[in-house]
Design a protein around this ligand. Structure first.
Ligand SMILES: *Cc1c(COP(=O)(O)O)cnc(C)c1O
Length: 233
């Protein structure tokens, strides 16, 4: 028997609560994102009452889904995939928050577009490549603080509210945990150095979200465990 999307989410919520309790945290500190890339709009709508955030990787796919999205459904949409500069304008139309800002050029383009509509304080996270894997996007950890400082200086319409990372592609639990610890510690250092409060740590996916919660994650991004295996066309 195949579980419903709702059942899957309830199971994950229980796991989140257990991981939070294990590490002395409150369940309310952790938001659940449903990552719906490659899954149809109907499944997003079905999941939306039970998740806190919806996450999509590609601007074009999300744009098409947005056209069919019920206007009265106020769930926040986050962009979690790489953003090309030529898609910046559309990304700002489609998403409530961009988690994948990893360079100043992109930040400046976003800021310039936001100035046209006089939008202030559009929320972003800085994506950090903690694992050093070449296939991954994200700023190097040692560059993250200077990127944040330059965004504060040059991009007044952007509000840097957190850090995002993708765990290393390995089964080695210790390596995964280390990467989440390192992101949290980077956040703590950046708080002091930049004065930003950086409340959000977006880390943890289907395979590693319990470890991420134990290390301070505030947003877990779950695709497969909610929606099933993705079929890439
Ligand atoms: C696809 C994706 C996820 C979800 O991955 P699952 O393993 O299916 O839970 C989370 N974060 C990012 C950035 C992704 O691209």
């Amino acid at each position: 028997m195949v579980n419903s999307i709702r059942d899957n989410i309830m199971e994950i919520r229980a796991q989140i609560a257990a991981a939070a309790e294990k590490s002395g945290r409150g369940t309310h500190e952790i938001k659940l994102m449903g990552v719906s890339k490659y899954h149809p709009l109907e499944m997003m709508i079905e999941a939306s009452p039970y998740v806190d955030i919806l996450g999509e990787n590609k601007v074009q796919e999300a744009h098409e889904k947005r056209l069919g999205w019920p206007v009265d459904n106020k769930r926040a949409w986050h962009l979690i995939g790489h953003l090309q500069r030529n898609k910046a304008r559309k990304a700002l139309e489609v998403f409530d928050l961009i988690e994948s800002v990893d360079n100043l050029d992109l930040a400046r383009i976003l800021d310039r577009i936001l100035a046209e509509s006089d939008t202030a304080a559009y929320p972003i996270y800085i994506e950090v490549n903690m694992s050093g894997e070449l296939t991954k996007n994200g700023v190097e950890p040692c560059e993250a603080e200077s990127l944040a400082e330059r965004i504060i200086e040059y991009c007044p319409r952007l509000s840097v509210e957190g850090l995002m990372t993708i765990g290393p592609n390995t089964d080695d639990e210790a390596a995964i945990r280390e990467s989440f610890v390192n992101l949290r510690e980077l956040r703590d250092t950046m708080r002091i150095k930049t004065g930003l409060s950086l409340p959000e740590l977006s880390m943890g996916m289907s395979g590693d979200y319990k470890t991420a919660i134990e290390e301070g994650s505030t947003i877990v991004r779950i695709g497969t465990s909610i929606f099933g295996t993705r079929i890439y066309k």
